[in-house]
Design a protein around this ligand. Structure first.
Ligand code: GLU
Length: 294
């Protein structure tokens, strides 16, 4: 299923030369678990790391969740309504409030480091439609030329089931493919990929490198198979790995409990799980996005 860890050092060394990086952070990594309020210390470290990557001459994109969670807090909503139209409308209303708040906070911290940030909100249509995709690609290119850091999220206020990506793991890999990044880093609440759920199986082995994302491994990630690899959101992370590696992009999953892992990964340190980008594949990005959910 996986080749040995023998080549790990070689592939880690190559991460030192990356020039265009997409970093994804999830809502749970941005909140205090006790209250659900934003963890400003973490946000500050995240922004500082990203600004430092810019200062090293890299193009940087941040894919951030948190719109719905921040909006829910802002309007003091305890729970969303039952599944259905009401729940969707509530979440979309929360996203409208929360996305603006989230950007306000990011803009403030980025400004402290003298860095300009921009907001880009995407839906599936942006990728599927040829003209929209071309325009989005050009916008990112122009922002990189201007030295701006794009901050990306799904356009949750309008994206209902038919046009939503659904999760930011996949979205970040799609963005990485769109902007022709050479590295995607998923900051998550897990260390990386294990052979089994480490909370339940003490013999679970940590996987430092995946050189070939086999069908067998992809199957294990599906929750429906009952495999423990599918817990903790590993399914969406493996789909992201598939999109990224088939688009020739390396991907690292690392734990967000210490956000300073970002510069350590870029210094070639052996942190998290590295999925090695393939060189021999053609990936039909719009075709893939079109069939998502269908
Ligand atoms: N776009 C959603 C939000 O900002 C989060 C989706 C996800 O975390 O996967 O609240």
């Amino acid at each position: 299923m996986m080749k040995s860890d023998g080549n790990c050092g070689k592939y880690r060394e190559l991460l030192k030369d990356k020039k265009r990086i997409v970093v994804k952070i999830g809502s749970s990594s941005l909140q205090h678990p006790e209250t659900g309020d934003l963890d400003y210390t973490k946000l500050d470290v995240l922004v500082r790391e990203l600004c430092n990557m810019r200062n090293r001459g890299m193009d940087v994109v941040l894919v951030t969740s948190g719109a719905i969670a921040v909006g829910k807090k802002a309007v003091h909503l305890k729970e969303f309504g039952q599944a259905g139209d009401k729940e969707i409308a509530e979440k979309q209303a929360c996203a409208a409030v929360g996305q603006a708040r989230l950007m306000m906070i990011y803009q403030k911290i980025f400004a402290e480091y003298n860095q300009v940030a921009a907001q880009i909100l995407l839906t599936k249509n942006t990728i599927v439609d040829n003209l929209n995709r071309y325009n989005a690609h050009n916008t990112f290119s122009e922002l990189f030329k201007l030295g701006v850091i794009p901050i990306v999220n799904e356009n949750d206020t309008v994206a209902t089931y038919e046009i939503e990506f659904g999760d930011n793991d996949s979205l970040s890999a799609i963005v990485a493919a769109l902007v022709e990044a050479d590295l995607l880093i998923l900051l998550s609440d897990i260390d990386g990929l294990y052979t089994d759920d480490p909370r339940k199986n003490k013999d679970a082995r940590f996987i430092r490198i995946v050189e070939e994302l086999s069908d067998e491994l992809m199957e294990m990630g599906k929750p429906s198979t009952g495999s423990d690899v599918g817990t903790g959101g590993m399914n969406t992370k493996l789909i992201a790995a598939k999109i990224a590696t088939c688009s020739h992009i390396d991907m690292v999953i690392a734990n967000s409990k210490d956000i300073k892992v970002l510069h350590r990964i870029l210094d070639g340190q052996d942190i998290g799980t590295l999925f090695v980008g393939r060189q021999d594949t053609y990936f039909d990005l719009p075709g893939f996005v079109e069939q998502m959910h269908s």
